[in-house]
Design a protein around this ligand. Structure first.
Ligand code: APR
Length: 301
């Protein structure tokens, strides 16, 4: 399959037609789907990816479409999964795209084209999943942080996300500065597998009527923001159910209802929503709520 990419690039170099470009993109998409590895040069003795400065002054990451092309590299070459590599390119702000085979059949793939390829692979249907485990480990377009309104590094899931994303996240959050309760803001995912993080601030549980509306707003506004950024898979923790003290089952029901309502209002968008459950207790709470909601629906039928 990597030979296919090499051949498609060679054909494009000879004749830069739309069809040949389409062939390059299609062969890359097939390689992504098959989980193919590509070759990437790194600085000697480190895992630091090599970059190249293009004629227009922008910086591109380098990849090779095959062994022969890679043999011309001056650096050490390592094998990396194509999809993971392209996601990494999207996450790095200073990078303008990928220079493929810079010493041979040189071809530049701008970030916008990579973005289209990656997001085209997303499901066209809306789906809901439940995953037990650490949200920072999930491979989806975006994970949601149960943030505080100052967007500072906190405890709970917030602490786990900041630790996994690295110090660049503190700087990105400082630059935004504030997020009101029930609202959402977006940053990159930095060192996370997910390219984006949406930070939403749940209510501190007070037992008042407003709590539910604010919590529902967190889910709705996060999904709106995700759609505005062409995100098609998003993982939510159980917002407000830890340090902010929201009773677990009540919060899970609000989460399920507001997400289901949003998905019903956006049937053609194709959003996969993952409810990330840190433990079995959270998973059981969602399960109980689904049974209760379905029971209610049956009763009224
Ligand atoms: N992955 C998934 N879920 C997690 C993880 C994780 N790594 N760590 C904790 N959780 C779960 C908790 O079990 C809880 O159900 O996230 C849920 C939300 O708990 P908190 O993180 O305490 O969030 P919240 O109640 O909304 O309080 C927000 O806590 O960390 C601070 O800065 C944050 O001030 C804000 C407040």
């Amino acid at each position: 399959m990597m030979d296919e990419i090499t051949a498609a690039i060679a054909a494009f170099i000879k004749d830069a037609s739309r069809e040949h470009l389409q062939d390059v993109l299609e062969s890359m998409k097939r390689a992504m789907k098959a989980g193919e590895m590509i070759l990437v040069p790194v600085e000697d003795g480190t895992a630091q990816r090599m970059t190249t400065t293009r004629a227009d002054g922008t910086i591109a990451m380098v990849m090779y479409s095959g062994e022969e092309e890679a043999s011309r590299s001056e650096g050490t070459v390592v094998s990396v999964e194509l999809t993971a590599f392209l996601r990494e390119v999207l996450k790095r702000e200073e990078i303008s795209g990928v220079e493929i085979n810079p010493e041979g059949t040189r071809m530049f793939l701008p970030k916008a084209m990579i973005q289209t390829m990656l997001f085209e692979e997303q499901p066209q249907e809306n789906e809901i999943f439940f995953e037990i485990g650490d949200i920072t480990e999930l491979e989806c377009d975006c994970i949601v942080n149960a943030a505080n309104s100052s967007l500072l590094r906190g405890g709970g899931v917030c602490g786990a996300i900041f630790r996994a994303a690295g110090w660049e996240l503190d700087d990105a959050c400082d630059a935004i500065g504030h997020c009101a309760t029930g609202e959402a803001v977006i940053t990159k995912g930095f060192q996370l597998k997910a390219p984006y993080i949406i930070h939403t601030v749940g209510p501190v549980y007070s037992g008042k009527k407003e709590d539910a509306a604010l919590l529902a707003s967190c889910y709705r506004k996060s999904l709106d923001l995700a759609m505005a950024n062409e995100i098609h898979s998003i993982a939510f923790p159980a917002i407000s159910t830890g340090i902010y003290g929201y009773p677990l089952e009540e919060a899970c029901e609000i989460a399920l209802v507001s997400v289901s309502n949003w998905l019903a209002d956006h049937l053609d968008y194709g959003m996969a929503v993952i409810f990330s459950c840190f433990d079995q207790t959270t998973y059981n709470a969602y399960e109980k709520c689904i049974n209760r909601i379905e029971g209610k629906e049956t009763e009224t039928c």
